[in-house]
Write a protein of this length. Structure first.
Ligand code: ATP
Ligand code: MG
Length: 414
């Protein structure tokens, strides 16, 4: 039987055409809202399935209940547009679509792992809204893609919601992984959008800059509650600020080595006006203790009081022996993280433009959520906290007599 397909170039957004037949195992479509990512992947995968008979595509979202009204519907829409609907078996009850060449599309939620395990013979996978699933889920899915079919591929779509999300860490943090194609798009690339939608995205520039960054520009930003909102980047001359009086110079050091950087921070604290000026930082992986001492000396801070992570007494001792006489361990103790956060939150942080790593941490250090209820808990996510831990150590000197008022969630605005 011959079927007349109705496929025109005008059905596609031009920007995606080079990716119709890419052969990398992983293809990542990320960017702004309404940029045409999902529709293009649907179009591309329908065409791929038509090319290979007896092939099975698994379409994944985190929650199965959200499949029917979203991505399943897109497949039905574009199968219809291609003039294929009368030749396919479209089974809404089981969320399965059979194409005329015996290839099929099945839709599953990751919330149903037992069902997932029972599916075999998967040849391609599409992960819609990939930031909703976990790295563990992704790893499991990748392991399932092991049939003998040629050109097996996993395609992911998402908006860049947070640098703490696995999608950032896995696909971007350490450069593009092997065998991966990454495509970034925004509303600008989608000719099918109504002007009203574009206007509403652009309006967010004023009403909600974080949403604007993620959904209009398609850049990573965090939607989670940030630990610190009391900061701005502003140019200042630290010597001038120091000369005005009223400030104390305090320095903090957090140790890292292979996976985490060593983070050194330099501040001037004005306790009267509650201003905390951060004027210098050092942020580097793989540093040995004598190298840390050398960096501090070269910066001219070897005579200053430096408060360091108390978990590394031996490192502190070595650095002291290298000439940094006034280095001392921070007092850690129970609730010291929350205590320090609450103390720093009384201040306005003024970050010198040269402190780019601190800015990155401030933009991403956020509160964690309960895995089951998704409610915020009074514990920060353990990343983007190296310079910020060093900052807590630095001001510990001042916060010593200062007691945490309350460690209840509400005292952190959660
Ligand atoms: N090729 C196309 N043909 C017709 N309409 C399209 C096409 N591509 C996109 N659209 C229209 O643009 C809308 C947005 O596209 P799509 O859902 O693919 O964007 P997205 O990048 O996946 O957005 P989000 O980030 O919100 O998931 C679609 O709902 C559809 O109305
Ligand atoms: Mg989409």
């Amino acid at each position: 039987m011959n079927i007349k397909l109705n496929i025109k170039k005008s059905y596609f957004n031009e920007v995606y055409l080079p990716y119709l037949n890419n052969t990398e195992r992983f293809t990542v479509f990320y960017g702004g809202a309404g940029s045409g990512k999902s529709v293009f992947v649907v179009q591309k995968l329908i065409l791929k399935l038509l090319k290979y008979p007896n092939r099975t595509l698994l379409v994944i979202r985190k929650v199965s209940a959200s499949l029917r009204d979203s991505i399943y519907q897109e497949f039905v829409t574009h199968i219809t547009k291609f003039g294929l609907a009368d030749h396919c078996k479209i089974m809404g009850s089981s969320l399965t679509i059979y194409l005329p060449n015996q290839s099929k599309i099945i839709f599953k939620g990751i919330d149903d792992p037992e069902k997932l395990k029972s599916i075999s013979g998967i040849d391609d996978i599409m992960i819609e809204e990939a930031t909703e699933i976990t790295l563990d889920d992704f790893t499991q899915l990748n392991l399932r893609l092991r049939s003998k079919a040629e050109n097996q591929q996993i395609t992911l779509c998402f908006n860049p919601v947070s640098k703490t999300n696995w999608c950032y860490k896995h696909w971007f943090a350490n450069g593009t992984p092997e065998d991966t194609c990454i495509v970034h798009t925004t509303w600008y690339d989608n000719k099918f959008l109504p002007q009203s939608y574009i206007d509403s995205l652009e309006q967010m520039k004023v009403t909600n800059p974080v949403y604007y960054k993620i959904y209009a520009l398609g850049e990573f930003a965090t939607l989670s509650k940030l630990v610190y909102n009391n900061w701005k980047v502003e140019d200042f001359n630290w010597k001038e600020v120091h000369r005005r009086g009223n400030t104390r110079a305090l320095f903090g050091l957090d140790f890292g080595y292979i996976n985490d950087p060593t983070a050194f921070i330099c501040t001037l604290v004005d306790t009267t006006n509650k201003k905390l000026y951060v004027f210098d930082e050092h942020y580097e992986k793989g540093l040995l203790n004598d190298e840390i001492a050398k960096i501090i000396t070269n910066k001219g801070y070897s005579k200053e009081i430096i408060t360091a992570d108390s978990a590394e007494q031996k490192s502190i001792e070595e650095i002291r022996k290298s000439g940094i006489r006034r280095i001392k361990p921070a007092r850690k103790g129970k609730d010291s993280v929350l205590n320090g956060i609450q103390y720093i939150n009384q201040y306005e942080l003024i970050v010198h433009p040269s402190c780019t790593n601190l800015k990155e941490e401030l933009e991403n250090y956020c509160w964690d959520r309960d895995k089951n209820t998704n409610e915020y808990i009074n514990k920060p996510v353990d990343s983007y906290n190296h310079l910020l831990d060093a900052l807590r150590y630095a001001v510990e000197e001042l916060s010593r007599g200062w007691k945490l008022k309350s460690i209840s969630k509400s005292s952190f605005g959660l």
